[in-house]
Design a protein around this ligand. Structure first.
Ligand SMILES: [Zn+2]
Length: 717
């Protein structure tokens, strides 16, 4: 059944996200004036490529719409066949064919949304606007189809008769509930309203994210006076010169609101006025009262979702979204966030005091403002831990870090990664690797596309071009794609990562492993969203373990392994700036929940709501939430009432990593249990149960508090 491919994002960096809505129906119809099949359209024939990856170089913008249309027509016709059956509804004659009712649509959807995220252009953006409401309508035709729901309900209620296996039972139960949550029990008139709401929301979410992309690309801080670069490291200056060249501004330097460009500037540039200018440009994206303004769009989305939740019989959009997650209810989410919020504020307050001391000593700044935080935090880091990001970068050559991630996976799970050449690539920057089990059997294909470019959304994510499943007795292996926004090599210098980038790479790689290890029989899966970040966040723990750093952190010029003293400094500075990190993350998480626990579809003033709420929870004025409303992409699509999931999963990943630490971080038995109980069956088993099977007890919060330096008395080194 049609399922919007879901991309997992890192919390470290921005996001590009979409709508995942659900909606409605007008009955089944098939396309009447079907055009003759265009044989040159790559979606209409077998790919005939190595590993059956999409033939990217042959796919043109004009191929998408016909493939979408034909794919939906095919799905509608297959659905009709299921519904025509006179036999008693069974899993085999209903759920199974439903699972594979629209293979062409699945095929084109995967490619299209991966490309609009990582390699977009005006034509693709236009298609996105055109296709989104149509996909939403199509999805509604399925989810609100009365005859289909009747069949599923009958199977659900009579399941004892069918001798279903565990995966089938899990899918059936979630499928049934998913239909109910998407309006299957509503009257026809109510379903019509729901359908309309869904389409409106789907269009607004696309508008929102396209505005963010436009706003992000619009602002450029152009520097023509070299003295304004004072304090910046060489690689940041070189990167800025490259960006200027791309804009035909040779001899000047350009900085953008993309984090890889902005953060070094905020961290090192000595000109506080310019830092403020750049940060303000970042903070005000989507908030200029012009055609790219997102305030009204977000207010409408929030209001429409509240209305939709009411129609479906829920108190709020959050109540609706949380029902099938580990958290279950908004109260449980707020309880967790509050438990962290108070200590995080306390620690951030201490950090601020220490930074203010430095500023006072320098006599250049009266009071620290939000745009100063990175600058003084870096000074504090140097002073307190004698650690400079620039000292680390030479040891984090992109290729070395990538090989480090591969080596960790190899030690844990025995799997190998072999570069594949002569294979279609989604972009010339991308690379392909074949992933094999220890016994040499094929597990899947992995694309990695690392460098920032204007056609790519911000942030980092893991998506793919094909998911795992079994079809007609044959295993379909996954094609996974990891996309980041790292700096390109410049001149003789390779791409050198920051410590933060290193964590990002390991994070996305963790999502990738989970996809590669999937064992689901059907394409329909139901992963609990608050567990989705467990596989990714746990990998970040390995990234900075001393034993692991010695495997990959080698100087790009000399090949020298990172000295123990430097590794020691990284370990010592693990609590550095954690107050800030937690406060900005938690503030954004709570803001998301505040919007989506609104119980009535009111027309809110976004700016006022945000300001009042953040002041109510006591956010200090020196810190902004990690995302402000007008560019908070997570909360319009996919992570709505879901930004907290990173924190929820953090409880799990810190607790789960303890299991490895207890037995050794490369303990084979623990790794095997983690793979078999948590990673492989994700989406086809109950999340709580699978965690229990791995850990032997429920997750506890202490390891998280300890690792983030939020326990009283911890983190003072
Ligand atoms: Zn993630």
């Amino acid at each position: 059944m049609y399922k919007k491919p879901f991309k997992y994002h890192t919390v470290k960096r921005l996001v590009k996200s979409f709508f995942l809505s659900g909606l409605l129906i007008t009955g089944i119809y098939s396309c009447k004036n079907e055009p003759a099949i265009d044989k040159s359209n790559p979606f209409f024939s077998d790919y005939n490529t190595p590993f059956n990856v999409p033939p990217f170089e042959k796919i043109m913008a004009k191929h998408y719409m016909p493939a979408f249309e034909k794919g939906m027509a095919e799905g509608r016709s297959n659905l009709e066949k299921i519904l025509k059956s006179k036999e008693e509804p069974t899993f085999a004659n209903t759920v199974e064919p439903l699972d594979n009712m629209d293979p062409l649509l699945t095929k084109v959807t995967f490619v299209f949304f991966a490309q609009t995220s990582a390699n977009t252009n005006d034509s693709l953006q236009n298609i996105e606007v055109e296709i989104s409401p149509k996909l939403s309508e199509y999805q509604d035709e399925i989810l609100l189809n009365q005859s289909l729901f009747k069949r599923i309900k009958s199977i659900y209620e009579n399941q004892a008769k069918f001798n279903l296996d565990d995966e089938q039972k899990f899918i059936l139960e979630n499928l049934y509930k998913n239909f109910v949550r998407n309006g299957a029990l509503l009257s026809t008139a109510e379903q019509d309203s729901l359908k309309k709401l869904n389409q409106e929301i789907s269009v607004l979410t696309v508008n929102f994210s396209q505005n963010v992309l436009s706003e992000t690309n619009k602002f450029k801080l152009v520097i023509d006076n070299e003295t304004d670069l004072k304090g910046l490291p060489e690689n940041a200056i070189a990167g800025a010169a490259e960006l200027a060249k791309e804009d035909s501004l040779d001899g000047k330097w350009v900085f953008t609101t993309q984090k890889p460009s902005m953060l070094p500037f905020l961290t090192y540039d000595e000109n506080s006025k310019l830092r403020t200018e750049l940060y303000d440009a970042y903070l005000t994206r989507g908030n200029h009262n012009d055609q790219f303004d997102n305030k009204k769009i977000l207010a409408d989305i929030v209001s429409l979702r509240a209305k939709r939740a009411k129609l479906l019989g829920y108190k709020s959009h959050a109540d609706l979204n949380l029902e099938n997650r580990m958290s279950k209810k908004p109260e449980n989410v707020f309880a967790l966030l509050n438990q962290l919020w108070t200590p995080a504020l306390r620690v951030a307050g201490e950090e601020l005091k220490e930074m203010q001391k430095i500023a006072d000593r320098e006599g250049t700044k009266s009071k620290i403002t939000p745009s100063d935080w990175w600058y003084y935090a870096e000074k504090l880091r140097k002073e307190k831990y004698n650690l400079d990001d620039n000292e680390l970068r030479p040891y984090f050559k992109l290729e070395n870090v990538r090989e480090g991630a591969f080596a960790v996976a190899n030690k844990l799970y025995g799997i190998t990664f072999t570069p594949v050449t002569g294979i279609p690539l989604p972009h010339p920057d991308a690379m392909a690797f074949e992933v094999k089990e220890a016994d040499g059997s094929h597990l899947g294909l992995l694309y990695m596309d690392f460098y920032a470019r204007a056609s790519k959304g911000q942030g980092a994510w893991c998506g793919g071009y094909r998911d795992h499943q079994w079809l007609n007795g044959k295993e379909i292996t996954p094609v996974v794609s990891i996309v980041c926004n790292f700096n390109r090599p410049s001149g003789e210098t390779p791409s050198l990562l920051s410590l933060d980038d290193v964590n990002t790479l390991f994070h996305e790689f963790g999502h990738g492993l989970q996809s590669l290890f999937s064992v689901n029989k059907y394409s329909t899966t139901f992963a609990a969203m608050d567990m989705i970040e467990l596989p990714s966040q746990i990998m970040e723990h390995w990234a900075t373990e001393p034993e692991v750093m010695k495997m990959y952190a080698k100087h790009y010029k000399t090949g020298e392994v990172m000295p123990d003293a430097l590794i020691g400094k990284i370990q010592k500075s693990r609590y550095f700036n954690t107050g800030f990190d937690n406060v900005e993350l938690l503030a954004a998480s709570m803001l998301d929940m505040a919007y989506y626990t609104l119980e009535d579809p009111v027309n809110i003033d976004i700016e006022k709501f945000e300001k009042d709420y953040l002041s109510k929870i006591g956010l200090i004025k020196e810190i902004e939430p990690r995302y402000k409303s007008t560019y908070f992409l997570h909360i319009v699509g996919g992570y709505d009432a879901g930004y907290y999931c990173y924190t929820w999963a953090a409880v799990l990943d810190n607790d789960a990593f303890e299991a490895f630490k207890e037995k050794g971080i490369f303990d084979k038995a623990t790794a095997e249990s983690f793979r078999n109980n948590v990673l492989a069956p994700m989406g086809i088993t109950d999340a709580e149960q699978s965690y229990l099977k791995f850990r032997g007890h429920e997750p506890v919060i202490e390891p998280l508090l300890k690792n983030r330096g939020l326990m009283q008395g911890v983190g003072k080194n």
